[in-house]
Design a protein around this ligand. Structure first.
Ligand code: SF4
Ligand code: SF4
Length: 108
């Protein structure tokens, strides 16, 4: 049985929070409930660049109902920069090779 996750290539995340809103709308979450949160990362001062990292919460179920209908997870669909990618852990780990600033989340 394959296991699934979300690969986040955060080098290209602009912090727009569309993924947060898409998740909230898809799952009709309450105002203070989130399935994914975008964190602001402060790198070393010499680098002078701010990065953003979307982090799934314990509420993320990897959009099981959408996937049962053959659809992508809502956060992946609405991330216009292509930062979030759903897949099997094996496929995602393979596609991480040679990449920088990537995180593989396995929320559950
Ligand atoms: S996979 Fe679905 S439940 Fe998980 S963060 Fe993305 S939109 Fe939310
Ligand atoms: S992951 Fe995509 S949708 Fe979410 S904040 Fe980054 S660029 Fe925006």
């Amino acid at each position: 049985m394959p296991r699934f996750g979300l690969l986040v290539n955060y080098e290209f995340c602009v912090g727009c929070r569309s993924c947060e809103i898409a998740c909230k709308m898809e799952h009709a979450r309450a105002q203070d409930e989130w399935g994914i949160r975008v964190q602001r990362l402060q790198q070393g001062p010499s680098e002078g660049r701010i990065y953003y990292l979307p982090v799934p919460t314990d509420r993320c179920n990897l959009c099981g109902k959408r996937r049962a209908r053959g659809l992508k997870p809502s956060c992946e669909k609405h991330c216009w920069t292509g930062v979030i990618k759903f897949g099997t852990l094996e496929d995602l780990a393979r596609s991480m090779k040679g990449r920088q600033k990537s995180v593989l989340w396995v929320p559950h």
